[in-house]
Design a protein around this ligand. Structure first.
Ligand SMILES: C[S@@+](CC[C@H](N)C(=O)[O-])C[C@H]1O[C@@H](n2cnc3c(N)ncnc32)[C@H](O)[C@@H]1O
Length: 268
């Protein structure tokens, strides 16, 4: 298959990428044959996946509006993904026009398309980096220009920590972010779980492993443990639709079907 003209050298179109597969689940067009093939296999195994991803995006938007209501107007969105409807800077700037956003993603397609949507927005930028490169992210001139680290920030790790294996010790990575966040800052997390849909979770995890993009589902207790040093905002770690829904009518009769936990913590 031909690489598109805008492709960077590190773009691999022979292997599915989590960012592009997720883009397909959400109805986007920034994906390649390998991604579509894998996404269709995943949806065959678990037909609710597109709905789950939409619920994840809805949680992301609610959490950003919540943070703006708490006075947060600067955001670091790690594992930000390929742009889609209701991107963080759009939601935050609609709620508070002065809001500033630094996007970070490891995936070259996510970075290229984010960059393409941002010209003209002097209050948002994108960095290509691995979330583990904490110092590089905080020292990057774009972060320095857009975020005042002497003031509280919102750090988003939405639907991304399940791509961080236990060996990489996600809790210790978060602890390094926490050190850079002054008290009053917030951490937003959503995270895939096997709790609620164990029958689908097993084959789904296996599909990602075989595709070379391992995905680690974690329990409620494991997700709670990621918030060491943060006060969990009510209602705590809950299935996606249960995190401060805009209306009770938005909550499905079986929220556990949404197979991911959502939580927001305030830096102590
Ligand atoms: C499922 S998408 C989530 C996108 C967005 N946060 C959302 O919830 O809609 C996961 C994103 O995390 C990115 N990602 C995975 N591992 C990463 C890492 N080690 N460092 C930075 N980004 C990573 C992927 O490239 C992908 O864009």
């Amino acid at each position: 298959m031909e690489k598109p003209s805008w492709a960077s050298d590190d773009l691999d179109i022979e292997r599915p990428s989590p960012a592009r597969v997720y883009d397909y689940y959400l109805g986007g067009s920034h994906n390649f044959v390998v991604d579509r093939r894998m996404a269709r296999q995943a949806i065959d195994l678990w037909p609710e996946l597109p709905l789950i991803m939409q619920a994840n995006r809805a949680f992301l938007r609610r959490s950003v509006r919540y943070l703006v209501r708490q006075g947060i107007t600067q955001f670091l969105d790690i594992g930000s993904g390929i742009p889609t409807e209701g991107n963080v800077h759009e939601v935050a700037q609609a709620a508070s026009p002065q809001s500033r956003v630094v996007y970070v993603d490891i995936d070259p397609v996510a970075v290229a398309h984010s960059r393409a949507m941002l010209p003209g927005n002097s209050r948002a930028d994108i960095i290509q980096a691995d979330l583990r490169d904490v110092a590089a992210i905080f020292n990057d001139p774009r972060t320095r220009r857009l975020l005042d680290l002497g003031q509280p920030i919102g750090v988003l790790m939405v639907a991304m920590l399940h791509f961080v294996p236990d060996e990489a010790d996600p809790a210790s990575i978060i602890a390094r972010y926490r050190k850079m966040m002054v008290p009053g800052s917030y951490l937003v997390v959503s995270h895939a779980t096997h709790e609620g849909s164990p029958d689908q979770a097993g084959p789904h995890t296996e599909l990602y492993r075989r595709a070379g993009a391992p995905l680690i589902m974690r329990s409620r207790l494991e997700v709670e443990a990621l918030f060491d040093g943060f006060d969990l905002v009510s209602p705590g770690v809950v299935f996606l639709p249960l995190w401060r829904p805009d209306s009770p009518a938005d909550v499905d009769d079986h929220p556990e079907r949404f197979a991911a936990f959502a939580a927001v913590g305030r830096r102590e």
